[in-house]
Design a protein around this ligand. Structure first.
Ligand SMILES: *Cc1c(COP(=O)(O)O)cnc(C)c1O
Length: 595
């Protein structure tokens, strides 16, 4: 796969970069398989906004030579996976390499530089770490190959490379950031790298509480999921085997273990001065998960110029050209005639219908209400909720003059339950997709398909089980394209839903049946009647962009990180308890419990 089309620039001055952004995955270009889903998209969109707004940032990730995976689906919906191998050698090399010790041996790590170029030409350099170097142990050469592949041992090795080699490489390149942003716990071992710097070559056993605080003063942590399985943890044996005794003991001493496991989230919590969730509700849920720490919220966004369909971009260039420099101008979309927005959206819908015809041979109808549901297939996202009552759905489709539903999504190769869900959707669709109801499942949900779908459907559907959707960002992409959402009130939608204005809430129920019934009610009684009135529908499209597009973007999000987390006017005082105090507190709790 070639990256030759990506413009590369001369190496930017790294000494002036004050913020280092670390992420296990970053979606850098549609052709590069260096991401799996929402987390990597967010990282990429964050850096694209950083480039647009001239932020003094630099980023670190792994090169992932074999990518995540390409999905194929059999006629019964059985998923199979293939590697997506790419060759980074068309990118400029970082020019330096570092050697760290892990698994009791030396491993050399180099990097490739990918430049994210902003609207004014400002560059955010991204260093993609690479351990495939001659002289390294054969196993170690594979460590930067597979995103979320391998076993837990492989994963801990990868996270050690990301955190520890990442920090060293930046220093080697003359880059000495004052803020390190851990995008998810995967990157938390950067704290160990900083701690080793802090004690200047002395044994880690001499590191004090003051040293921990000195590291924490430099670190900012964003947690991304309230699903416990989403927080990486590793056995004590693996920790000792990969990191070695000295580092393992330091992590134990500084309170990074949880339930006797090394927990990446706890490393990040212990070594950060600022912690946030990715939507207001998610911050609160995370606060309950980690009561000893103070957890704030910064609601996610998406990079507008990456996700808005070309015809709409042209309309905005015409009417509010400053939107490319400042997304707050989207509020002024209220000054644009709704019919012009509707016309631009229709072009996106046609493009979607063409893409579907090309991929599947199916011909969808441009004038029929079309719903989109595309996301990582995890059980809590309930892909099949929309099909909970197939008979009712078919009845509604007939009554409202037709309904088209487009699904897409990958299940993690090891997620058997998720793979089962895809087959369930196929099975139900096979039974009821005929006449006025058309249901399709598209293969290999990725950046391009995500864009085509969010730019082309009429309504974006999201059905997570509360409160597991930390934020969700695909609905934001839809909103920027004038597409309302029909969603469970979870994640970002709690903040984005103005009923009958920007979309619709699926009412909370005690069970799947009740929530599906609410979904069908809204579809039949609110959405379809409005869709039948083009002027009213166009007005709704305008609300989506003016109200939600102007807020749920990464320009606004990054501004909030700057003002609250990176360089707050009133610095956050570190109130996280020391390891000793944590010990006392849990002792006190167990006393209370036994009373
Ligand atoms: C935006 C995006 C996601 C994240 O969307 P969610 O709403 O969080 O599920 C995942 N995958 C791709 C390809 C995307 O473009």
């Amino acid at each position: 796969m070639s990256v030759a089309s990506v413009p590369q620039t001369v190496s930017p001055d790294l000494t002036s970069r004050t913020i280092a952004y670390f992420s296990m995955e970053i979606a850098l270009a549609p052709a590069l398989p260096t991401y799996s889903g929402g987390l990597g998209m967010l990282a990429g969109d964050t850096l694209r906004s950083a480039a647009d707004t001239g932020a003094p940032m630099v980023a670190v990730s792994l090169v992932h030579r074999h990518g995540y995976f390409k999905q194929a689906l059999s006629p019964s919906g059985q998923q199979s996976e293939t590697d997506v191998i790419w060759n980074p050698s068309t990118l400029p090399p970082a020019g330096k390499s570092v050697t760290i010790t892990m698994q009791g041996r030396a491993i050399k790590v180099s990097a490739w530089r990918f430049d994210v170029v902003g609207v004014t030409g400002h560059v955010i350099p991204v260093f993609l770490l690479d351990s495939d170097i001659e002289g390294n142990d054969p196993y170690d050469r594979t460590l930067t190959d597979h995103l979320y592949g391998g076993d837990t041992y492989y994963r801990l090795c990868q996270e050690t490379v990301l955190g520890m080699a990442g920090v060293e490489l930046l220093h080697e390149l003359g880059c000495l950031p004052s803020v390190y942003h851990m995008n998810e716990g995967h990157a938390a071992l950067l704290a160990l790298g900083l701690l080793e710097d802090q004690i200047e070559g002395k044994p880690l056993s001499t590191a004090t509480e003051a040293d921990r605080l000195a590291v924490a003063k430099q670190c900012v942590f964003t947690t991304h999921t309230p699903v416990p399985a989403g927080h990486d943890q590793f056995g004590r044996d693996q920790m000792y085997a990969v990191l070695g005794q000295e580092r393992a003991e330091a992590l134990e001493r500084f309170g990074c273990m949880h339930n006797n496991l090394l927990n990446m989230t706890y490393i990040a919590l212990r070594f950060s001065r600022w912690v946030n969730g990715v939507a207001m509700q998610h911050g609160k849920v995370s606060q309950e998960m980690f009561p000893e720490y103070h957890v704030e919220s910064v609601t996610n966004g998406v990079h507008a110029a990456t996700w808005i369909a070309p015809p709409l971009q042209r309309l905005f260039d015409d009417e509010i050209p400053r939107w490319r420099h400042d997304n707050q101008y989207f509020r002024s979309v209220y000054g644009i005639k709704p019919s012009r927005i509707a016309n631009a959206h229709r072009v996106g819908k046609r493009k979607l219908i063409e893409a579907i015809a090309e991929r599947t041979g199916e011909a969808l109808n441009e004038s029929v209400l079309t719903l989109g549901f595309a996301r990582r297939v995890a059980t809590y996202k309930r892909a099949s909720l929309l099909l909970q009552d197939p008979k009712r759905l078919a009845r509604i489709a007939k009554k409202i003059g037709g309904l088209q539903i487009v699904f897409a999504g990958k299940a993690h190769p090891a997620d058997t339950a998720g793979k089962g869900l895809i087959q369930e959707v196929f099975e139900i669709a096979g039974k009821i997709s005929r006449g006025s109801l058309r249901i399709l499942y598209l293969e290999n949900y990725d950046w391009e398909l995500g864009a085509t779908l969010t730019q082309g459907v009429d309504v974006w559907v999201n059905t997570p089980r509360r409160p597991y959707e930390a934020s969700g960002t695909s609905g934001m992409k839809a909103a920027l394209n004038g597409v309302p959402s029909l969603s469970i009130l979870d994640g970002w939608w709690i903040e984005g839903c103005a009923e009958d204005v920007t979309g619709w809430a699926i009412d909370d129920g005690d069970n799947d049946d009740a929530e599906a019934a609410s979904l069908y009610d809204k579809l039949e009684n609110r959405i379809a009647p409005l869709f039948a009135k083009p002027n009213a529908w166009a007005r709704m499209q305008q609300h989506c962009i003016a109200m939600n597009g102007s807020f749920f973007n990464t320009d606004r999000m990054l501004g909030q990180y700057f003002a609250n987390a990176y360089f707050p006017l009133a610095p956050t005082i570190d109130e996280s308890p020391s390891a000793e105090k944590l010990g006392e507190e849990s002792a006190a709790k167990s006393v209370t419990a036994s009373v």
